[in-house]
Design a protein around this ligand. Sequence first.
Ligand code: IPM
Ligand code: MG
Length: 357
Amino acid sequence: MKYNIAVIKGDGIGPSVVEQAMLVLDRVGEIYGHEFEYHEVLAGGCSIDEYGKPLTQETLDVCKDSDAVLLGAVGGPKWDSQPSDNRPERALLGLRKGLGLFANLRPAMIFDELADACPLKQELVEGGIDLVIVRELIGGIYFGERGSRETPMGPAAYDIEQYSEGEVRRIAKIAFDMAMKRRKKVTSVDKANVLDSSRLWRRVVEEVAQDYPEVELNHFYVDNAAMQIVRNPKQFDVILTSNLFGDILSDEASQVTGSIGMLPSASLGEGSFGMYEPIHGSAPDIAGQDKANPMATILSAAMMLRYTFGLGKEADAIENAVKHVLKDGVRTGDIAKPGEKISGTVETGRLIAEAVK
Ligand code: IPM
Ligand code: MG
């Protein structure tokens, strides 16, 4: 089969980690007889430099015409002085919205080989952390009405958090479907003790839960959820939450696994189309130095094979290759212990590609 992939390398370490993921995909293609055709387009800071804006219609169109998007990372200090609606991050929001990607899946798990990278006490994580955050991605305060107005305390700015029943229902279904394939537990996170939008969220989630009698549902307020993630992370299977809360909790959860350089993500819409990217950022401080960990992007490519192309066996092959090199002691700087030999981005990518079986 032939698959069309729009590739957005982006800024900072984006290009070097995406190149390694492409290398691994090509290896999978050779072994399993698939052809991956890449269509490279710009978004983020590099697009501002080239076209004056972070996301062009052409980039969006190329993505729409593809089967999936593979993205590195966008942003960097070079573009800090851009007005807020022309910052590199706007490209991400524009892609998510423009492609209708309302569901963001962010798995956080501990790789056995990296167990001692976890900053929590051993007894809290024994047996493994394996959770997935299902984050609503194109609604809420990120996309609500915004503006400024005068107040007695001086000029003010506002951003509105709003969720409709339909928006909550479709993301809740994704979370429950996911739970059915896992340990059958959903924790919905909101702030229903304060916010009306959260009370609507909770009511709709409970309605959706009626269709999934096998799934256990509980609700946490977001402040408690943030605490529970470090207090007892093993209690979580699927965490269902809004755009803003999901942004915050997914960074927290990634740190608990000890390895933000390891975690992939998928952003999905109604069909099988999806956008796949590591959850880490563009890390401008180490860009161009062959220091970045390409594993999160390589694992994102595995998610692409699994979720968009339905190639489960091939996805397993990539995940196993990553585990294989970890077992062999391959460590980029972010996951190496003091004194361990450090492997560069390119070498790590090559070793993973060679380990694909
Ligand atoms: C993320 C990022 C983005 C977000 C930024 C870069 C716009 O933090 O994907 O988590 O807030 O969604
Ligand atoms: Mg974030």
